[in-house]
Design a protein around this ligand. Structure first.
Ligand SMILES: Nc1ncnc2c1ncn2[C@@H]1O[C@H](COP(=O)(O)OP(=O)(O)OP(=O)(O)O)[C@@H](O)[C@H]1O
Ligand SMILES: [Mg+2]
Length: 342
């Protein structure tokens, strides 16, 4: 959440971003006062449960919010330019060329009636001046780069002739076709089985080195964060509750929600009784009281006075940020006891 806009190492600087959705003529805040930045060449994880605001936050960077969604406040600065003032035409140019996105389900982005070659060549020629022949050569190279063997043959196939993991590789090939500065990957491996998941994550990590890009990786899985990210923002109910380097967050997690998330990662195959401490779900947007600590209702072992009023994200040690001082009163053991007492 460092906010130094003249720092050349910062690619995207998001400041005090709030996003709302109009539902039945009421504006509901889904993301509140979120600040973070994406540094050049880093893999930033955005982690949190379903409904915590991960996708809404990153789709606002791309200016791809649904029609009832609106940026209510804040700024998104990409390479020194304010994105929220950009026209749709300017954004379209940025999206294909400099910022790419990879989604959870490649089938929603691939067209089933065209071959992989058709789609890759079209994507390449949309942004780069090339003959068809050159674009086909580039497409084959890209497929090889993302680990598709026999690419010259495979490129002639249709999406349904590829496995889920292979389709995701094709999407990654498309995403890197223009050598983007930033790749936003929204749960890119959730639909895949564990072994393929790992391969795709390894591929993303390798690509970061090869093409020198920044990656934002959205996931609900802290284990994924641990394996691939440099830094992580933990989101809850539309707010960032903690941000730190990955090594630091696993060594010294502070916020109760982060501790509970880490604690709910299965250690090995056996359930050691530490699982499922984290009960309940993220509250619905219309039920969130933002003047309070958003996690208060989810935690049994803390008293009301343990939480701050109107808590803000604060730097508590270099590059380690946490929201609400309730973390000072929280421990997993106490929470487990409180749970068992019920
Ligand atoms: N078009 C919409 N209209 C109204 N509310 C919306 C809309 N899109 C998202 N929201 C709300 O915004 C909040 C954040 O949603 P978001 O999709 O960012 O969550 P997420 O963290 O990406 O969850 P998941 O892990 O399930 O993808 C949710 O409470 C959701 O209900
Ligand atoms: Mg999402």
């Amino acid at each position: 959440m460092q906010t130094n806009t003249i720092n050349k190492d910062i690619l995207v600087d998001v400041k005090n971003l709030s996003i709302g959705f109009e539902v039945s003529k009421k504006m509901l805040k889904a993301v509140e006062n979120v600040s973070f930045n994406i540094k050049k060449g880093e893999i930033l994880g955005i982690c949190g449960e379903s409904g915590s605001g991960k996708s809404v936050t990153v789709t606002s960077i791309m200016k791809l919010l649904p029609p009832n969604g609106k940026i209510l406040d804040g700024s998104i600065i990409y390479k020194g330019q304010e994105l929220s003032n950009k026209s749709e035409k300017e954004m379209r140019k940025l999206r294909g060329n400099e910022i790419s996105m990879i989604f959870q389900d490649p089938m929603t982005s691939l067209n089933p009636v065209f071959t992989i070659q058709n789609q890759l060549v079209e994507a390449i020629r949309l942004h780069q001046k090339m003959t068809k022949k050159e674009a086909i050569e580039k497409a084959i190279k890209l497929l090889e780069m993302v680990g598709i063997k026999d690419a010259a043959k495979k490129i002639k196939l249709y999406p349904h002739e590829f496995s889920g993991g292979m389709r995701q590789r094709v999407m990654i090939a498309m995403a890197i076709a223009s050598n983007p500065n930033l790749i936003i990957a929204d749960e890119p491996t959730t639909a895949l089985d564990v072994t393929v998941q790992k391969q795709i994550l390894d591929l993303l990590r390798d690509l970061r080195e090869k093409i020198d890009t920044s990656i934002v990786l959205i996931t609900h899985d802290l284990d994924v964060v641990k394996n691939i990210c440099d830094r992580v923002c933990v989101m809850y109910a539309g707010e960032i509750v903690e941000e730190a380097d990955v090594v630091e967050i696993f060594k010294n997690p502070l916020h109760p929600y982060t501790k509970m998330l880490i604690n709910s990662i299965p250690s090995g195959s056996k359930n050691d009784g530490l699982l499922n401490v984290i009960e309940g779900t993220v509250p619905a947007v219309e039920n969130i009281d933002r003047s309070k600590c958003v996690i208060a209702d989810r935690i049994r072992s803390l008293k009301e006075e343990d939480h701050e009023e109107n808590p803000q994200l604060r730097e508590v040690s270099p590059n380690h940020y946490v929201r609400c001082t309730c973390y000072k009163h929280f421990s997993i053991d106490k929470e487990r006891e409180a749970k068992n007492d019920l």
